[in-house]
Write a protein that binds this ligand. Structure first.
Ligand code: GLY
Ligand code: MN
Ligand code: MN
Length: 303
């Protein structure tokens, strides 16, 4: 443990003392002090945020929401995916975020159905949807927000049916973000809504086939890393998790072609508290009417 570390006897705050201190904490908390146990300690430490950490996360998330509002205001047919991305990331930088928490995902039409797409080169057409999954990083803490919006400012009837279903599933997932609930509760709540809705729309016949179009989990911890570590035990006050259900219908899927190339995800960052869930990314609009209303409104930077 002390390899190469010199004990400067006159200095009680040298690296030697620090490693001694770490060792004593580890020995107190674990039977063997091995690296696996150290991992567990960090899971606990990073799962529950201090007040200071929550303040930083509120900042990174609110900066991110400003980016989303700007993208909703400025998007139009003929732009490229990377130009929409630029409107969002401009706001991140303008409000002091040092970087992005992960490479921005800006996938339009067929690209919205590709889970980790981040090429962001396609040109947007009228009546395309675009899925925007982006997060500013501020002082080390990342946001992780997704909105799916129509390029021309108006959802088609079919896009709206899928969108409203994902939104309903997401709201059910957020409602399940209650201290004491299992980590999997938001996922189970979202899947119940999605499977019933996909059957009603005739996209699947058997509710258990929901995973043809929703093949991911619903939540992960958020913090110093976009996919932060945690115990995955029951939800605890002071924890921030994402709730991010989606429906991804690739071309040539086994359903009516009218649904092909529709990919929708809605993702918010939820703080678990003793008084219920707090949506830290609520400033980014997600109701159909709000999104349609913002479209075309001149952004501040264009005035
Ligand atoms: N942006 C990565 C994720 O949503 O998990
Ligand atoms: Mn995301
Ligand atoms: Mn996420």
């Amino acid at each position: 443990m002390h390899k190469g570390v010199v004990n400067e006897k006159a200095n009680p705050f040298d690296l030697f003392e620090l490693t001694e201190y770490f060792k004593s904490v580890i020995d107190r908390n674990t039977s063997k002090g091995d690296s696996f146990s150290l991992g567990k300690i960090f899971q606990e430490l990073r799962e529950i945020k201090t007040e200071e950490e929550i303040a930083l996360m509120r900042r990174s998330i609110s900066i991110t929401c400003k980016g989303f509002i700007s993208m909703m205001q400025n998007i139009k047919p003929g732009m490229t995916e990377y130009q929409v991305q630029a409107y969002g990331e401009y706001e991140f930088k303008k409000y002091g975020a040092e970087t992005e928490g992960y490479p921005s995902i800006c996938g339009s039409r067929e690209n919205s159905t590709i889970l980790h797409y981040n090429t962001n080169r396609r040109t947007l057409n009228d009546s395309d949807l675009i899925l925007l999954d982006m997060g500013a990083e501020y002082h080390g803490y990342s946001a992780d927000v997704t909105r799916t919006i129509p390029v021309n400012g108006k959802f088609t009837a079919d896009q709206k049916l899928i969108y409203e279903l994902v939104l309903k599933a997401q709201n059910a997932g957020i409602t399940a973000c209650v201290a004491g609930n299992e980590f999997s509760s938001p996922h189970k709540a979202a899947v119940a809504v999605l499977s019933e809705g996909l059957v009603k729309l005739g996209i699947i016949k058997d509710p258990s086939d929901y995973d043809t179009y929703y093949m991911t989990g619903t939540s992960h911890y958020l913090g110093l890393d976009v996919h932060d570590v945690g115990t995955r035990g029951p939800l605890r006050s002071g924890t921030v998790i994402t709730v991010e259900p989606g429906i991804y219908i690739a071309e040539n899927s086994d359903c009516d072609p009218k649904w092909w190339n529709i990919g929708v995800r809605i993702e918010d960052d939820i703080l678990i508290t003793e008084n219920g869930p707090v949506n830290l990314s609520a400033q980014a609009p997600k109701n159909v009417e709000e999104i349609e209303l913002l479209h075309g409104q001149a952004a501040v930077m264009n005035k």
